[in-house]
Design a protein around this ligand. Structure first.
Ligand code: FAD
Length: 417
């Protein structure tokens, strides 16, 4: 292997850091560019925490479309669409509809990656001794009506085709699996093999492990332009100091290969490199409740939950934190936290966990980098040396272990060639 081959990775979220780590482990010379002063400060900061093969169903289906349209006219619904026309949004919706015929194929692909990813991620955590508040208590999907449960039965059969076992559970079994859960429940499906963890803790620790493996971390460095030049890739960037002022000049560095892992900003970099990636920023929210005393700790669930009706997911992050996340807003790049989206999550907690206080919590909003067919783009670009590992949408935490392995193999095999 030629050690002078240089590879740039753009973005230090979960996709960028797992990519850099896998590349470094395979002997590559890697430089990561990240606009923030620390890794994992954007979408990989406070997500739902679920590593959920059981949530691998893609959204491209007629029933989901009908539900989506109904939600658009209901206040506090899990989906919000700003009707203001934008070519980006409407072209994305057109491609989303165009992917409906691939619903089954794309769901099976997602399950396969999610199952592969579990081992990869746990292996990285073990190799680097990473504590990420990882809980192996499974994921329980629960439903309020018989109809919802029957729809989920069909999804379960499809997931089984992809190799995932999730078993039906009665309300009596649900009460045993998660005794703190209250409210109107018809039944559920339980996936023992799924698990949860803190994406920010994991990514930050893996970034440190990358540095130990000689990955160069260019933090506080915004990439402004990419250009292919004589079969190489020029990266034009600017360093910003802690107080937000920029260095006077833009610097240029040339790399042999580049992997784009820039989350919702990958679309613009792809355009600079002659590729089209129609990633749309789909906004979501989370609240992280501080469980400050023993009574609250006992009243909050340990099993990770997915409420199919409210489209909310939960994870227990150690003894002292409980996270609830969800909602999907098609509203451009704004990350403003809107009270009208936080209140339904708090109300949901009061309804399902009446003994748990929400007097202390932190709200957060992030942008899911969503492809219209719901599959991440993992592979080569049109030009030599250009690669993508991005567009993981609502499952970036679940899938990155697998997609980083695939992309690092491709990058290394191109180097060898
Ligand atoms: C509310 C919510 C709940 C979620 N829950 C789950 C869940 O339970 N399970 C799950 O699997 N997934 C979940 N997700 C999805 C998951 O969090 C994302 O798919 C994942 O974090 C995306 O990672 P990323 O690396 O692609 O993007 P990011 O984490 O956003 O990383 C991209 C990085 O690129 C950097 N960057 C961009 N432009 C530039 C530039 N010009 N120069 C330098 N750096 C740049 C950014 O600063 C950023 O750090 C959830 C998402 C949300 C919003």
């Amino acid at each position: 292997m030629n050690d002078t081959v240089r590879t740039a990775v753009i973005g230090a979220g979960i996709t960028g850091i797992t990519t850099a780590y896998q590349l470094a482990r395979k002997g590559a010379d890697v430089t990561v560019f990240e606009a923030n002063p620390y890794p994992a400060m954007e979408t990989s900061y406070a997500n739902g925490g679920q590593l959920s093969a059981s949530n691998a169903e893609v959204w491209n289906s007629i029933p989901t479309m009908i539900k989506g349209v109904q939600w658009m006219f209901s206040a506090g619904a899990p989906l919000l669409m700003n009707p203001k026309p934008s070519w980006h949004k409407y072209s994305w919706i057109a491609e989303f509809i165009g992917a409906i015929p691939n619903y089954e194929k794309n769901t099976l692909q997602t399950v396969k990656w999610a199952l592969d990813a579990r081992n990869q991620l746990l292996e990285m955590a073990k190799a680097e001794n990473i504590d990420f508040d990882h809980e192996e208590t499974g994921i329980l999907h629960f439903y309020e009506t018989k109809h919802q449960f029957e729809v989920a039965e069909k999804v379960t059969a499809l997931l089984k085709k992809g190799g995932l076992e999730r078993r039906p559970v009665t309300i009596e079994e649900i009460a045993k699996i998660e005794p703190t859960l209250k409210g109107e429940i018809y039944g559920g499906f339980y996936t023992e093999s799924d698990f949860t963890g803190d994406i920010h803790k994991f990514t930050s620790a893996l970034a440190k492990a990358c540095t130990k493996r000689d990955v160069e971390m260019r933090l506080s460095t915004t990439v402004e332009k990419l250009r292919t030049e004589d079969g190489k890739i020029a990266v034009f960037s600017r360093v910003e100091d802690k107080h937000g002022s920029s260095s006077p000049g833009q610097s240029k560095e040339v790399f042999d290969q580049i992997v784009i892992c820039a989350g919702v900003h990958s679309r613009k970099f792809a355009a600079m490199l002659g590729d089209r990636l129609n990633i749309y920023p789909v906004k979501g929210y989370s609240i992280t409740i501080n469980l400050e005393d023993e009574a609250n700790q006992a009243a909050a669930p340990w099993t990770s939950l997915l409420d199919d009706n409210a489209k909310l997911v939960t994870s227990r992050l150690g003894k002292g934190r409980f996270r609830v996340a969800g909602t999907a807003e098609f509203n451009g790049f704004s990350k403003d936290i809107v009270w009208g989206r936080i209140a339904p999550m708090l109300n949901w907690c009061h309804r399902h966990f009446p003994g748990m206080s929400t007097s202390s919590y932190i709200s957060w909003a992030g942008l899911r980098p969503m492809m219209p067919n719901m599959l991440p783009r993992v592979g080569k670009g049109n030009r030599p040396g250009v690669f993508y590992n991005t567009g993981h949408g609502h499952l970036g935490w679940t899938l990155s272990g697998a997609t980083s392995d695939i992309i690092s193999e491709l990058v290394i095999s191109e180097r060898a060639a």
